[in-house]
Design a protein around this ligand. Structure first.
Ligand SMILES: [Ca+2]
Ligand SMILES: [Ca+2]
Ligand SMILES: [Ca+2]
Length: 258
């Protein structure tokens, strides 16, 4: 019986994580003494509870607690510059502290049946105007990577700018690949095609804000999943893929990657 309880708890946690990715829930610090059904071997020092930010009224008979549709991803950023972190998820964002909803603030992220055309969300200040922008990736109706420009005030539609129009994309990773800026973008292709290589974008200090670099040979590392990290400890971030890793050369934006 105890084991069954643990299995149920684990399954519940998995659903919770999936729903968090859907952008409608957030985690808050657990208050000591608050009622819960945590299992005995759950963490004792740091606990979180789910807070439902948006979604339909829960109907237990329909298992609706987790339903959106929202997006597969969400990002956390201070949209309105008040020092409090807000949430962007698909076409909606939510301003702290009450997570007030602003719907349809941008294009892309269309619902497609039970899915939402949004398999990645991230943030950086692309145009260096002091307002954090949102980057997102789609693979159905709006195929490619777009960045959405924070206008610096609420109630205004955000302009969208294409970074890469392509199919077979499954998001990106943001990190320092140039050696001088954390605003690099490593593209995560999943579909192999003739002539396709793993690519990354160097952030520039002026429009068009990004420059593309291709890692060769063709289709190496084009698969589900890639990452950024200094694998050999030389101080330069490398690229890791499902089929091997690319070593960053001394000048990553000029030299060929090994
Ligand atoms: Ca804020
Ligand atoms: Ca900006
Ligand atoms: Ca390295």
């Amino acid at each position: 019986m105890e084991r069954l309880k643990k299995v149920r708890q684990i399954n519940r946690n998995r659903k919770s994580l999936a729903a968090l990715g859907a952008g409608l829930l957030c985690l808050a610090r657990h208050s000591p003494g608050a009622a819960d059904d945590a299992i005995d071997d759950a963490p004792k020092e740091l606990l979180f509870v789910l807070k439902k930010v948006d979604g339909p009224v829960h109907n237990p008979t329909q298992h609706t607690y987790w339903f959106g549709p929202f997006a597969e991803c969400a990002t956390v950023l201070d949209i309105n510059g008040d020092g409090k972190l807000d949430i962007a998820a698909g076409r909606n964002y939510y301003l702290a502290p009450q997570f007030t909803k602003f719907a349809d603030y941008r294009d892309g992220a269309e619902a497609n049946g039970p899915d939402v055309d949004d398999n990645y969300e991230g943030t950086m200040d692309v145009n260096n105007d002091g307002h954090p922008d949102v980057l997102s990736c789609g693979w159905m109706r709006r195929q490619g990577i777009w960045w959405y420009e924070n206008p610096g005030k609420t109630g205004v539609k955000w302009d969208s700018h294409a970074l890469l129009e392509a199919d077979g994309l499954e998001g990106m990773v943001i990190g320092n690949l140039s050696g001088r800026s954390e605003k690099g973008v490593l593209v995560n292709y999943f579909a192999r095609k003739p002539g396709r290589g793993l690519i990354w974008f160097e952030h520039l200090d002026q429009a068009p804000w990004f420059m593309q670099h291709v890692l060769v040979p063709e289709n190496i590392g084009v698969s589900h999943g890639s990452g950024i990290g200094d694998l050999n400890g030389d101080g330069r971030n490398d690229v890791v893929t499902t089929s091997g890793w690319f070593e960053a050369p001394p000048n990553p934006t000029q030299d060929p990657w090994i």
